[in-house]
Design a binder for this molecule. Structure first.
Ligand SMILES: [Zn+2]
Length: 66
C-alpha cells in the first residue's frame, strides 16, 4: 500500500496489512497527513515534513511543490 506525497510526488509506503507483522525489517511508514488551520490536508513524506518550518502552513507545502 502506498500513497503519493503531495509535495514531491514520491510514492510513500504505508504501514498496515498483516503481512508487516512477519516482515524481518522494521515497519516504517514513510509519511503522514498534516492538517492545516485552513482545513486542508496534505499527505507528505518525511523528507518533505523535515523541510517544513516548525509551524507549517498550507503555503509552505505549496512552496515545496516547487
Ligand atoms: Zn515528499
Amino acid at each position: 500500500m502506498s500513497e503519493a506525497c503531495d509535495a514531491c510526488g514520491d510514492d510513500v509506503r504505508l504501514a498496515g496489512g498483516i503481512a508487516n507483522i512477519w516482515a524481518s525489517e522494521p515497519v516504517r511508514t514513510g509519511g503522514m497527513t498534516l492538517e492545516f488551520d485552513d482545513g486542508t490536508e496534505h499527505f507528505l513524506c518525511f523528507d518533505c515534513i523535515e523541510a517544513l518550518p516548525d509551524a507549517p502552513t498550507a503555503a509552505d507545502v505549496e512552496a515545496l511543490k516547487g
